[in-house]
Design a protein. Sequence first.
Length: 205
Amino acid sequence: MDATIHLAQQPEADELLGRSALAALVGMLLDQQVPMEWAFTGPYTLAQRLGTDDLDAGAIAAHDPEAFADLLRRKPAVHRYPGSMAKRVQELCRHLVQEYDGDAAAVWRDVDSGPELLARLRALPGYGDQKAQIFLALLGKQYGVRPRGWREAAGVYGEEGAYRSAADITGPESLARVRAYKQERKAAAGPSGSGKRSDRAKGAK
């Protein structure tokens, strides 16, 4: 991978996201219930704490679970819920080891169509329908991964010129537009849009 990414809004973290398939997958996994920049800085923070310049699915999968959770808990914490997210990151890496020999980019390298890629993303631990579609859109819009029908498979997140998700963030201005859009949708959902329902509402953006 070799892409210019601005999701973390931090040069070193974004550089890792641009060259590491696993970092991108982990950043997307972490992107819930925390600010987007915090989530996508997580892979870089984790790599630093592991003493490496990239993430390794095999090493993370084999890491002692409690020790790995401690890495995420260390201040500044990688996520608001470091214990549960540590478990999810390890589950994701175990899946990649079992299904793709630990090669994260193999999830999309040989796919023939958008629906096939979407199915592979949905099968990843921690990736529901919305997260899978957003990541598919991110791959197409910013990483140049564009199998036949990728925009359609990504749903509204694949639309050109949209500012709905991480897939559309290319700098501070677009980040502000995406954040404003999310706030508008949350306000439109009203009090019933809190908690889990607000997450579903975001999926309809």
